[in-house]
Structure formats: C-alpha cells, structure tokens
Design a protein around this ligand. Sequence first.
Ligand code: CDP
Length: 234
Amino acid sequence: MEKATQPKIIIAIDGHSSCGKSTVAKQIAQELGYIYIDSGAMYRAVTLFALRNKLAADEQVDEQALIDRLGEIKIDFRLSPENSRNETYLNGENIEEEIRQLPVSQHVSPVATIGQVREAMVALQQEMGKNKGIVMDGRDIGTVVFPEAELKIFMTARPEVRAQRRYDELTAKGQLVSFDEILANVIERDRIDSSREISPLKQADDALILDNSDITREEQLDWVMQQIQQMISA
Ligand code: CDP
C-alpha cells in the first residue's frame, strides 16, 4: 500500500567501474518496485556488436564503421522468468553473459567515447525513464541522462577492492582470469571514463558520495534506503 502512495522518483547512480553500482541499484529497485536499468550493459551490447562484426580488436575501434552501422543495433531488456533478472538483448538475442566477459570489458570504454554512440544510448535511456520509478546506474546518469533526478548517488571504492570483487565474481562463474589483468582493466577504464571529452565520469554537484571500500552490502543498502526515505518524505 505504502509504495503506491509515494511519489515515484528517478534515482541516478554513477561511479567508478566495479564498485557495486548494479548490486545496490537492483536492491533499491526491488525494495521500491521500480525498474532497474543498467546503462553500462547498453554500451557493452554495442561493443559486442563491434567485436562480432570485426569493427573492434586489440583495444582499437573503427569508429566511423561502427557509427555507420548503429542503425543495425537494437537493444532491449527483458525480465527472465527463471531468475527475475532484467537481461540484456541485442537484436533479439540474450547476450547478458557474453557482455560481462573480458573481451567486451577491454573494448567498452573506447566505444563509449564515441559521441554518436552516446547520443543514441542517452535517447534510449531517457525514453525508459519518462514515467519515473526508475533506478539507473552508469557514468553520466546524474549529469547528462537525468540531470533532474531527485536522488543522485556517486559510488566509489579503492581500485584493489573493486578488482578483487570483479575477480571473485568471474572466478565464481568458472572463468579463468588474472587478478593483475582485472586490476589493470579497472584502472584503465577509470582513466578513459574520467578523461574523455564527452560526458566524462564526474560527480554531479548535488550527488551524495558513497565509498563502500570498508562497509558491508547490508550497511550500504541501509544507508541508501535512508537517503531515499528522507528524499521521498521531504
Ligand atoms: O559494471 P562496470 O562498472 O564494470 O561497468 P559498466 O557499468 O558495465 O560499464 C561499462 C563501461 O561502459 C564503462 O567503463 C564506461 O566506459 C561505459 N559507460 C558509459 O560510458 N556511460 C554509462 N552511462 C555507462 C557505462
């Protein structure tokens, strides 16, 4: 009952790679009955398209060729009946697993620097949020996609902590990965994401900072839910 009477808001979660944005965003969406959108998955889907079509290799991207083929890319999210997860689809194919693997991670930041790619993704993201009641995570959600979002959170953690979490996640799935390679990828993506010309990763002036290096997931969720309740009842 309570959920229906509260006004729906937009919650924007931005921050560094692998600091658990999607974990907290999914938890919030579940608590509030909101839609959760992983904007990074959309850039990852474009990257997978580029890799499959030989428009990207060796951490280089053929920008013009990818721009010319953007019209062939259709991305959507569908709720999995098996695990209630919102899974990413590229042209009708479920690519949720494949976009989390290292080849995509190694090419996604250069793809995400391309202006036309960003324009297309931002338009899609704004369309998804037009009825509010949405939690979206990414790099530019509070600054570019929804600058009017009622609640903005900027998440971070120390690079070694983030690399360890990503390492644990991938090895739990049975992938053979090296910690050093993951740490290098985390640091390199931070560098590209923060220094790119278009929509760089930066904290919105009105964002609340959450550094979760030394707190548990439960403590983190409690803190975030408190901020939301204060916001909604203000
Ligand atoms: O989950 P993780 O932090 O590893 O990254 P992600 O959210 O899946 O995003 C992958 C990459 O997409 C980031 O490193 C950014 O380069 C890019 N991205 C972006 O530019 N803008 C967004 N709103 C979301 C992701």
